[in-house]
Design a protein around this ligand. Structure first.
Ligand code: ZN
Length: 209
């Protein structure tokens, strides 16, 4: 059968992007959102809410797109290079969803690594951040996953990752502390064992802030 025959049944997603998961079931999300509206005492058939289940389904598809990407694949293409000093990419913006409340948390990721003969395109690091952020997540785990991923895929001598994020589940519910900022870090290899490498990383994070 030609691939054109599948065009209607497989919208948007590119080949090889399923990451072993079934595709997002938009109709099922829509039905669930309608249920939630009923459960909170709303009328899902009033004009303003009519298309809300559909919009939320599309939004979830976008916010959880990382589930269908393989972060290791994102960093798969590396280049051999003699450069052996620290590479640091600061202020990589990300948006994620707290898996405890399904509310957004968002902020900035800073990634540094000491290459071991191989470097990666800088935009690929940002894509790896997206792949890990766009799924039900907790900041602590995302930080570690990012560090382990870069360490493994680049066979780096060391990796340092710092994430700073605001959590809407802290801001708008529970303790309601809208200005709180959560910082997490993960050090691997020489960033863990060598104090001067770690200090250089921390100093570079402060410059131009
Ligand atoms: Zn939360």
């Amino acid at each position: 059968m030609s691939s054109a025959a599948h065009t209607n049944s497989v919208p948007r997603r590119k080949k090889g992007e399923s990451n072993g998961r079934p595709p997002v079931d938009l109709a099922r999300i829509q039905a669930a959102v309608r249920e939630i509206l009923l459960a909170i005492g709303e009328d899902p058939d009033r004009e303003g809410l009519l298309e809300t289940p559909q919009r939320v389904a599309r939004m979830y598809e976008e916010l959880f797109a990382g589930l269908h990407k393989n972060p290791a694949g994102v960093l798969g293409k590396t280049f051999s290079e003699k450069y052996d000093e620290m590479v640091l990419v600061k202020n990589i913006g990300f948006e994620s969803m707290c898996e405890h409340h399904l509310l957004p948390f968002f902020g900035k990721a800073h990634i540094a690594y000491l290459p071991n003969g191989r470097i990666v395109g800088l935009s690929k690091l940002a894509r790896a951040v997206d792949a890990l952020a766009r799924r039900p997540q907790v900041q602590e785990r995302m930080t570690q996953e990012l560090a382990d991923l870069v360490m493994r895929e680049l066979n780096a001598r060391g990796v340092g990752v710092v994430l700073e994020a605001s959590h809407t589940c802290m801001a708008i519910r529970g303790v309601r502390k809208p200005d709180s900022l959560c910082t997490t870090s993960a050090m691997r290899g020489v960033f863990q064992t060598n104090l001067s490498t770690r200090s250089e990383f921390m100093a570079l994070l402060q410059t131009g802030k």
